[in-house]
Design a protein around this ligand. Structure first.
Ligand code: NDP
Ligand code: GDR
Length: 325
């Protein structure tokens, strides 16, 4: 029987990679997107009518229930969120409504419609925030450092609560930072790769960054969406850390990205104190050994390959040669 998946946040980076992955696995794929006055379907355009798109919003319970009834999914992937950490300091209430209560609205709709639906929650390493242990695993206590991180902790625990209370196959993937050529331009990796390409082609002179010392465990989004599917198709519902286990600083990312285009970052990077956050997460590094042993999941793309892939894609984009794959 053909399996059916419903993805929230299909227009985002992970939504596009997950939709493509599930289609290749033979799934029928439905996606929920917000109505917009401008086209926001760029990342899924290449999938054409293989993906069925529906208007809905995590702020609107009725649209979620209606779309469950219309699409009758076996699996629901909740990837939608206000996902940009700095914006969560400017709009903490909106972030909580979407990122925290949005998960609850979707779980409630599942509870009302069909408790046999499997539910994936996009949990985040930002929940570890001021880290209590290095590296972080499923047992590490949370200490979120932003309204976004706090909202993700709520969504994480309400997912566990619906699993324990109603027997729903509800799981959290605690994913560390993952990037790709489809990453939004406000996130630091894509901001850097885009700037490197522009500077290389003479269209930009400098790159202004905030905290250069922040360290992240960066992986490739294409690898990480495979973990989402493995989590939902595991024998029992559970929570998993997904990470590479290797961390690098923002400075190292910038250095390598400029080097990839035969440039020296010291000539172009400027520090802008205005880009520092009220409270930042200084270091994150994940321990994915549970996913490795129970899900047989492994990241394939390493840091150097990821940086090179992103710079190459942005150079190709600016030259009008990028296919979007
Ligand atoms: P993006 O920011 O690229 O995508 C977020 C998606 O959520 C977009 O499709 C956006 O729609 C949608 N969205 C926002 N608000 C609403 C709403 N009110 N109703 C419905 N949809 C909404 O995020 P990523 O793809 O990078 O991440 C996917 C998920 O994983 C997010 O929940 C994120 O918080 C989480 N995560 C991401 C990590 C990463 O490193 N990428 C790591 C750990 C967790 P629109 O296009 O209209 O804005
Ligand atoms: P993050 O990603 O906050 O980890 O959240 P982001 O790329 O925004 O920041 C990573 C680190 O880089 C530092 N930094 C800058 N960040 C941005 N955006 N712009 C800059 O100019 C800049 N200079 C330095 C930041 O201070 C930070 O320490 C991402 C999102 O995808 C979340 O949704 C997800 O949950 C987490 O990753 C895991």
């Amino acid at each position: 029987m053909t399996r059916t998946a419903l993805i929230t946040g299909i227009t985002g980076q992970d939504g596009a990679y997950l939709a493509s992955f599930l289609l290749d696995k033979g799934y029928r794929v439905h996606g929920i997107h917000r109505r917009s006055s401008t086209d926001n379907l760029e990342r899924v355009a290449h999938l054409g009518d293989r993906v069925q798109l529906h208007c809905g919003d995590l702020l609107d319970s009725h649209s979620l229930l209606r779309l469950l009834e219309q699409t009758t999914p076996h699996e629901v992937y909740n990837l939608a969120a206000q996902s940009f950490v700095p914006a969560s300091f400017d709009q903490p209430l909106l972030t909580s409504e979407v990122t925290a209560l949005g998960a609850l609205r979707l779980l409630e709709a599942i509870r009302q419609f069909d408790t046999s639906i499997r539910y994936y929650q996009a949990s985040s390493s930002e929940m570890f925030g001021r880290v209590q242990q290095e590296p972080q695993n499923e047992m590490t206590p949370f200490w979120p450092r932003s309204p976004y991180g706090v909202a993700k902790v709520y969504a994480h625990w309400i997912t566990i609560n619906y699993r324990e209370s109603y027997g729903i196959f509800a799981c959290n993937g605690i994913l560390f930072n993952h990037e790709s050529p489809w990453r939004g331009k406000e996130f630091v990796t894509r901001k850097i790769s885009d700037a490197v390409a522009r500077i290389k082609l003479g269209r930009q002179k400098t790159l202004r960054l905030g905290n250069l010392d922040a360290q992240r465990d960066w992986g490739f989004a294409g690898d990480y969406v495979q973990a989402m599917w493995r989590i939902l198709n595991h024998k029992t519902p559970d929570d998993f850390v997904i990470a590479t286990g290797v961390k690098h600083s923002v400075l190292e990312f910038a250095e390598l990205a400029f080097e990839h285009a035969d440039m020296d970052f010291r000539e172009f990077v400027e520090v802008d104190p205005g880009l520092l956050r009220p409270a930042d997460v200084h270091t994150l590094c994940g321990d994915a050994s549970k996913a490795r042993s129970e899900l047989k999941w492994e990241p394939k793309v390493d840091f150097r390959e990821l940086v090179g892939m992103m710079v190459e894609a942005d150079l190709a984009r600016l030259n009008g040669e990028w296919g979007g794959g």
